[in-house]
Structure formats: structure tokens, C-alpha cells
Design a protein around this ligand. Structure first.
Ligand code: LLP
Length: 440
């Protein structure tokens, strides 16, 4: 198992996270439970920030809210001096309610709704990342009405094939995101946006995909973006002041994935900054302010999920452990066949003896946390920790089968507090309404 200063097996053989024993957390807060290690979140934010501090043109880390969005996360990001990327009115609302400074918010989305655009402008967000002409026109009209000039970036598709699951690849030639550099759309959009008097085109954004390990993919993206910036300078006399390289930095989930401490990330990211410096110098361009938008790398490894085993069932092909969670709180196996590591939280130092499939409690055969988990002999009542569940778990959870989305606690120096409170049965019927003719 991969360990770190705030995630290890303690002297009792229990899994300890953020200074707290997972068995105690399960007792105090019950299961299923999302647990977040604040020290690791902060360490990762500082790693990204440190790398950008080394870059000559200045920069900012934008936490990609979609990975895990709640008010406490924005408090942490604000405290660390980060900006954030938001992709909906809901994320924007959460950030503002948490007191996050609007000018450090960048709004994404390939179909921002008119009310989302208005909400962003009303709040005074720092920047919109444009993904369609229609949207540029809508922002232009709203900005004109307000008598302001709104900073925007254009999302470009540099056409980089990153090695990751096809559903999370975003810069392939037929992606729905961005304007293709190769077919001239990005250049045409640049010319178009510059005709709009209330938009200030500061530069470009690209995001090549998610869960990417190869530094090379990012370096190629940098080279393609800088080449495009040079072309825009030559043909349209546009000086790109900001370059946003998106997110997508891979994390450790299971054996075979690279495990990098925060310092390792810092080194990898510094190399990307160096590549921007090198490419810009070669192209004779001034260094743009550099943005990065990590989501998974900030919160992924910082999170784990605690479950209680409800039953053990032998079938012809495998032994299932059924837990009190499932696809309603972790849809990633169903969506991407994502791989995880499971640990018996109270017998974490025992050698694995058997291979188990871990199934959820939803009424679907495909409702799995995964197959092929190596664990000691496990029985009903045992406590299981699934690691690296901080990103895209709570944020993609649902109330499928009217299961309650688990609460989340934030742990620091052994002290745990709710950051997402437990749902109640009343929460599940909060939006239901019965037409009067059907009332009992
Ligand atoms: N910036 C943009 C424009 C993005 O679209 C994304 C992720 C990010 C930043 C953050 O990427 P990260 O650093 O977290 O990889 N639900 C999938 C992941 C979808 C990612 C979507 N965009 C999963 O569970 O793997």
C-alpha cells in the first residue's frame, strides 16, 4: 500500500489518516463516510503553487472545483491563495457563499446558460473561458449592458492525444470542447472575439484530458499552444497575456500507477513551466501569465471512503463483499472501470489471502467498486477503506435507489469535522411534490 506522512498503518494495525484512526472515524461518524486529509490537500496546493512561483512569467493555480465542490474546499483554496475554476451556476454559487473572491474565479463550460453568464458577470468573476461563438455574443451583449469590458480566454483544441480513458480525453480531433487549431477554427474565433468591443481577449486555454501521467503530453500541448500564439501574433498582432494549461495531472489509485509525493509533482510541474519559457523564447514571445487547473491531483489522494461489509457471498466465479456504498457514491467503476486499492482498516498490516469483488448495494449487477481486490479473510462487519476517492466521487454521487449520499469529514491533526453533513430521509423527498388530485 502507498503511504505518506498522514496516511499509514498505525501500531494497532489500523489505517490512520490525518492523525485519526479510521476505526474511530467509523465509530464516530458511521459508514459509508468520505474522509478528507486537509494536510495533504494543502500540501498539493502548495506543490502546484511552488511550481508556478518558479516560472518566470507569473502564474496562478485554479482549483478545478468539479473534482470536489463544497464550501470548505473553497475556504482551503482561498487560504492557500489559489483561484478556482467553476463550470456552473451551482459551483459559482458555492464559491461565492464560501466567501471566495470572485476575481479569482474562471468560468468554464461548453454551454454556459444565459443565467450562468449573468450570474458570473453580476458577481464580477475574473474571466470566462469561451467555448462557442454564441456564448461570446451573449457575454458581449451582457457586458455592454453593464458598461464593462470582460476578460476572456478562448479554449483551443491543440490536438494532443493523451493516454487516458477515452471518456476523459478532451483534445482529440472530434472533441466537443474547444476550437481546433488544426482546421483554423481557433484562428477564426480569435479574429471574431477581437471584433467584440466588450471582451478583452487575454489569451488561450487548453485541457488535454484527465489522469495523465506523461509529462511529454503536457510538453507537446505547450509546444502546440505556443506555436499557435506565435501564429496569432504574426497574423493578428495578438499578444497572448495568459495561457491556461488546464488540469489532468494523474494520481495514484492502485498498483501500476505512479505514486508521487507533493515534491515530485512540484518538480514535474516546474518542468512544464520551463517548457513554456523555452518555447516562448524560441518563438520570440513574451512569457504569458501561466494558469493550471488541477482538480484530481489536489483532492484525489487526500480522500478515502470507509465502508462496512454487509455480507460475503460466494458465486461460481468470485467472492463478493457487499458494502454499504456503491455506484450512488462512487460511479467511477461503472463509468470508467476505474481501479482502486482497498484496505481492511482494522487489519491493515495483515497479509492478503483472498481475492474479492466489492459490490455496492444498488439494484444493478454492474454496481461494483471493483474486482480483484486482494485482502485478508474478510467477514461481515469488517471495515473497508477504499483509497484515493477524493476526486469525482462526492461530486458525481447521486441518490440512485434513494440511497443517501454519504457525509464527508475533514481531518486535521486527528480532529475530524463534517464538511458535508449527513443526508436525512427528509432530504430525499425535499423536491417531491404531489399534485392535489393524487393527494391521499
Ligand atoms: N480544467 C478543465 C477545463 C477540465 O475539464 C477539467 C476536468 C479539469 C480542469 C480538471 O481535471 P483534473 O485535474 O481533475 O483531471 N469524471 C472524470 C474526470 C472528468 C474530468 C473533467 N474535466 C473522472 O472521474 O475521472
Amino acid at each position: 500500500m502507498y503511504t505518506r506522512e498522514t496516511l499509514f498503518v498505525n501500531e494497532k494495525g489500523h489505517l490512520s489518516v490525518g492523525g485519526a484512526d479510521c476505526a474511530d472515524l467509523a465509530k464516530e461518524f458511521s459508514t459509508p463516510l468520505y474522509v478528507f486529509d486537509e494536510a495533504h490537500i494543502r500540501a498539493m496546493m502548495r506543490a502546484f503553487k511552488g511550481a508556478l512561483d518558479e516560472y518566470g512569467g507569473g502564474g496562478r493555480v485554479l482549483y478545478a472545483s468539479k473534482a470536489f465542490c463544497c464550501e470548505a474546499m473553497y475556504r482551503i483554496a482561498d487560504g492557500e491563495g489559489l483561484g478556482a475554476d467553476v463550470v456552473s451556476e451551482g459551483e459559482l454559487y458555492t464559491a461565492l457563499r464560501a466567501g471566495f473572491p470572485a476575481e479569482r474565479l474562471y468560468m468554464h463550460g461548453n454551454n454556459k446558460l444565459p443565467q450562468e453568464i449573468r450570474a458570473g458577470l453580476d458577481a464580477g468573476i475574473g474571466c470566462f473561458v469561451l467555448d462557442s461563438r454564441e456564448e461570446a455574443c451573449r457575454i458581449e451583449a451582457e457586458a455592454a449592458q453593464r458598461g464593462i469590458k470582460q476578460k476572456v480566454l478562448i479554449r483551443i483544441n491543440p490536438g494532443v492525444e493523451a493516454h487516458t480513458h477515452r471518456f476523459v480525453q478532451t483534445a482529440t480531433p472530434d472533441s466537443k470542447f474547444g476550437f481546433s487549431v488544426a482546421n483554423g477554427e481557433a484562428a477564426a474565433m480569435t479574429a471574431f472575439v477581437r471584433t467584440l468591443a466588450h471582451l478583452d481577449l487575454a489569451g488561450y486555454h487548453c485541457h488535454i484530458g484527465s489522469q495523465i501521467f506523461e509529462r511529454r503530453s503536457f510538453e507537446i500541448a505547450v509546444q502546440k499552444c505556443v506555436a499557435f500564439m506565435a501564429e496569432m501574433k504574426k497574423s493578428q498582432e495578438l499578444i497572448c497575456r495568459e495561457l491556461d494549461l488546464g488540469g489532468g495531472f494523474g494520481i495514484w489509485y492502485a498498483e501500476g500507477d505512479r505514486a508521487l509525493p507533493p515534491q515530485g509533482y512540484r518538480e514535474e510541474l516546474s518542468a512544464i513551466g520551463k517548457e513554456v519559457e523555452r518555447a516562448c523564447e524560441q518563438a520570440g514571445l513574451p512569457l504569458p501569465f501561466l494558469l493550471m487547473e488541477p482538480g484530481r491531483a489536489i483532492v484525489g489522494e487526500a480522500g478515502l471512503t470507509l465502508y462496512t461489509v454487509g455480507s460475503v457471498k460466494e458465486t461460481a466465479h468470485r467472492t463478493y463483499l457487499t458494502v454499504d456504498g456503491g455506484m450512488f457514491e462512487n460511479p467511477r467503476y461503472c463509468l470508467y472501470e476505474a481501479k482502486y486499492t482497498a484496505v481492511l482498516a482494522e487489519r491493515a498490516s495483515e497479509a492478503p489471502q483472498r481475492t474479492y469483488a466489492i459490490a455496492g448495494k444498488c439494484c444493478e449487477s454492474g454496481d461494483l467498486i471493483g474486482l480483484g481486490f486482494r485482502l485478508p479473510e474478510t467477514k461481515a462487519g469488517d471495515l473497508i477503506a477504499v483509497l484515493s476517492t477524493g476526486a469525482y466521487h462526492y461530486s458525481m454521487a447521486s441518490n440512485y435507489n434513494r440511497n443517501r449520499i454519504p457525509p464527508a469529514v475533514l481531518v486535521k491533526d486527528g480532529k475530524a469535522e463534517y464538511i458535508i453533513r449527513p443526508q436525512t430521509p427528509e432530504d430525499l423527498v425535499r423536491f417531491d411534490t404531489i399534485p392535489s388530485r393524487l393527494k391521499p
